[in-house]
Design a protein around this ligand. Structure first.
Ligand SMILES: Nc1ncnc2c1ncn2[C@@H]1O[C@H](COP(=O)(O)OP(=O)(O)OP(=O)(O)O)[C@@H](O)[C@H]1O
Length: 305
């Protein structure tokens, strides 16, 4: 299988800071990968390495079969990039700006029109960018990155500052690009918005890759407990505790509610027992681990090593 992006033990040092430290991964056509990590985790540096804007201190970077730092124009044309802080000339209109970038990439002017339509900015195309909202500027940035239907799209924190509706619209466009075979790599601070939107998540911490997989795979690896909350009739907490055998970690919330964190195996065993006769509860709630807990789990695992 050939990959659009291949990183092999890539490191990038800035003075005493190892911004990226031994990262390897490969991305195929049609994959949507999210790079997730705290501030300073190395996301932007990794993207710059893939763009050839930074060179690795050691290791190798290969994008569309080439070293991106070699500056091969045919490869550059097939790369789209949305920087973290997108800035355009505020005196130009959206249309003028996009036409300029289309021209730079050697595309026809009508491509700018099609892109303005696609990202929902056609109505504001003749307004100066100085009058655009943050969301509109971000969408224009995305349109600029999509010029020439790139084979690899690198988006640095593309959803920052977008409201939930625009965010969904944005991921809709990402899905279209993915369906057309584009490899999309986007960086983000948060796991929560990636559910259903990124097939694969790479978690970075202090320049190192600490997790790589689909959210479901990461959940399985993490084996985080599910919180089970049982509610009995008024004053029934004691009976609940006895019925459960006073397990370690059981929490009594009040006179009729108890909670326990159950591992994946314990959860199944518990549910079988709860389905039997005489279980002394009236209601049962199960709260699966959230994405924030998953993220914290991987970061904590790293810190303890
Ligand atoms: N040109 C540079 N010179 C010196 N240090 C740098 C440079 N670029 C990045 N760094 C350092 O490398 C580390 C990783 O930075 P990077 O911008 O890649 O992180 P990030 O994950 O993108 O962070 P954020 O989410 O805040 O954008 C940080 O400690 C940063 O200060």
């Amino acid at each position: 299988m050939s990959f659009n992006i291949e990183l092999d033990a890539v490191a990038r040092q800035y003075g005493s800071v190892r911004a990226v430290d031994g990262v390897s991964f490969a991305a195929a056509a049609g994959e949507v990968i999210a790079l997730v990590g705290h501030n300073g985790a190395g996301k932007t540096t990794l993207i710059k390495l893939m763009l050839g804007l930074a060179r690795p201190t050691s290791g190798s970077v290969c994008v569309l079969g080439q070293d991106p730092a070699a500056g091969d124009v045919t490869v550059r044309r097939r790369l789209g990039y949305l920087p973290e802080n997108v800035s355009f000339n505020p005196a130009l209109t959206g249309r003028e700006t996009l036409r300029f970038y289309v021209q730079l990439k050697g595309g026809p002017p009508k491509e700018a029109e099609a892109l303005l339509q696609r990202i929902g900015l056609a109505h504001a195309a003749d307004r100066r960018i100085g009058t655009y909202s943050k969301g509109m500027r971000q969408r224009l940035g995305l349109a600029q990155a999509m010029i020439g239907s790139p084979a690899v799209l690198l988006l640095d924190e593309p959803t920052t500052g977008l409201d939930p509706e625009l965010r969904q619209q944005f991921y809709g466009i990402v899905r279209e690009m993915q369906a057309a075979g584009t490899t999309v790599l986007l960086s983000s601070h948060a796991l929560n918005e990636l559910e259903g939107n990124a097939g694969r998540v790479v978690i970075l911490n202090e320049g190192r890759k600490i997790a790589d997989g689909s959210l479901d795979e990461l959940r399985r690896i993490a084996r985080l407990p599910t919180r089970i909350r049982l509610t009995a009739a008024e004053g029934g907490a004691r009976r609940l505790r006895e019925w459960m055998g006073e397990p370690k970690g059981l929490r009594q919330i009040n006179g009729h509610i108890v909670e326990i964190d159950a591992s994946p195996e314990d959860k199944a065993a518990f549910l079988r027992r709860a389905a039997g006769e005489g279980a002394p509860f009236e209601d049962l709630d199960m709260v699966p681990p959230g994405l924030d807990e998953l993220y914290a789990h991987f970061l904590a695992g790293r810190a303890s090593k």
